[in-house]
Design a protein around this ligand. Sequence first.
Ligand code: LLP
Length: 420
Amino acid sequence: MDHFSFINGALHAEGVPLATIAAEVGTPVYVYSRATLERHARVFQESLSGLERTHFAFAIKANPNLSVLSVLAKCGFGADVVSGGEVSRAISAGMKPGDIVFSGVGKTRGELQAALDKGVGQFNIELEEEGIVLSALAAAMGRKAVAVLRVNPDVDAGTHAKISTGMKENKFGVPIDQAGAIYTRLSALPGLDMRGVALHIGSQIFDLGPLEAAYAKLGGFAMDLRAQGLTVDRIDLGGGLGVPYKRDEVPPPPADYGRMVERVSKGWDVTLMFEPGRVIVGNAGVLLTEVIWVKPGVTHPWVIVDAAMNDLARPAMYDAWHDFEAVVPTGERMVANIAGPVCESGDTFAKARDIDVVRSGDLAVFRTAGAYGATMANTYNSRALVPEVMVDGDKWAIVAHRVEPETLIAAEPLPDWLLG
Ligand code: LLP
């Protein structure tokens, strides 16, 4: 459920006509709905309210916009981060350093040190050597870093290969059959306070079965550690819940997820940690675009829009589907291909899609663009970096400016020996 709906035949974000935003900010532009963000945050938290101790860390890679993070911080979310830049963003948006979980398979020594300096609450260790280095850095400060070990449970999440992370051939976590020995050795280090285990098996997961299997495996492993006298008081269950990208898709209801977690974690007696990304922000954003041309094609016309693969990379990267809708639909339909202006055939959002009839100059949206949208944008073909707007009732504001090519050009100095 989201707050993008038609009022008098025109698509609105909450109380604001998208046409108003396009007229004032230009296109392409991402538009987020605060009410939708808050609703998704609340539904997710409520689905897990039967659990005794929980910690919610929004995976900010899904949408690191400061205003989005600020809304979620007010909803009680901390952050799951994977880089020094994300640590800085989470803190800038008002998240408490102690509520930040630092994940990621390639944290540099510099990033580990900076995170210790800033008081990041938990480190999710991905390999033994990282733990040894983190221990040395923390011990040198006379401290112990709170950490958990990310375990690779070798479970197929049943999602796209490029967003699967929990199979043994993936780069993430330590193999579950070696994790016990590694956890034991890390627990003995002077600069680490080993508190438990973590996993994350993939993203856009629709079937709760693999999640439950992975959680059960991780829980069983954690209880074995505890039986050996090791401390285990946190289990981080990662993120991964899918969202509907097509109008008729039915994702797993949050309540079913909550019941599954309650069932599988019975008796663990730990703080359960969650790192949702997409499920919180996915349907809280659209990418608003203008049709530049409708170009005749051999089989179907090409609707060429002013958004491109550099603004929304998901279709080009994962063959992802995003619903496309006219902002003021006429009621007529057509079958068309939809593409952006970038000089690659991969810059195609849809092929042979049944869509609203659109003409040159019409506005349209790609739906479900709030997660992994603007955050993955780039400036390929020297296009501007796409701006972002947030709507709150009938108010709206630019929450990320368009970065024009002129600004990017100004950041590229020519060496002396090329001048003249
Ligand atoms: N925790 C960890 C350690 C992760 O690696 C991720 C996502 C999450 C949590 C959040 O997962 P979510 O709840 O959003 O599924 N760019 C891809 C998705 C990449 C996900 C990477 N990791 C896409 O556009 O589909």
